[in-house]
Design a protein around this ligand. Structure first.
Ligand code: ZN
Length: 132
């Protein structure tokens, strides 16, 4: 695969965005209670590969400030991740389930990296991932 421009939106359509993503670069799932309950499945891109078209100003940040959900439909669309010691600079973490033009085949083909956030053991794969 290669970089493709995808169009994303929430369920009610109040928020729309566009992002250049190479799904072959991989996606992520985490077993922490926040990610697990939201069924969060993400792809990470640099800020310059992400364009919020509509509605970002209405989004409500979660308590950690990392994910933004729509007040109209409750869908978490994306989160802006600040530069930190543990990452290689700012990024935007996108809910791949919000990508309206990503095909099931493209999503299935995307390699998934699992994170053991539940045990604050982010660099290890959790012992069980099938429920994520
Ligand atoms: Zn919405």
């Amino acid at each position: 695969m290669s970089v493709k421009t995808y169009h994303g939106s929430c369920h009610c359509g109040a928020v729309r965005f566009e992002a250049d993503i190479d799904l072959a670069d991989g996606t992520g799932k985490c077993n922490c209670t926040s990610c697990r309950k939201r069924r969060w499945w993400s792809a990470s891109v640099k800020p310059e590969a992400f364009r919020a078209w509509e509605g970002e100003e209405i989004l409500i940040p979660n308590r950690m400030g990392t994910a933004m959900f729509c007040p109209g439909c409750g869908i978490t669309l994306f989160g802006r991740v600040a530069k930190a010691e543990w990452n290689d600079g700012e990024s935007v973490s996108i809910n791949v389930a919000c990508l309206d033009d990503a095909t099931p085949e493209e999503l299935i083909a995307s390699p998934v990296t699992y994170y053991d956030g539940l045990n604050d053991n982010w660099w290890e794969v959790p012992s069980e991932t099938r429920h994520l």
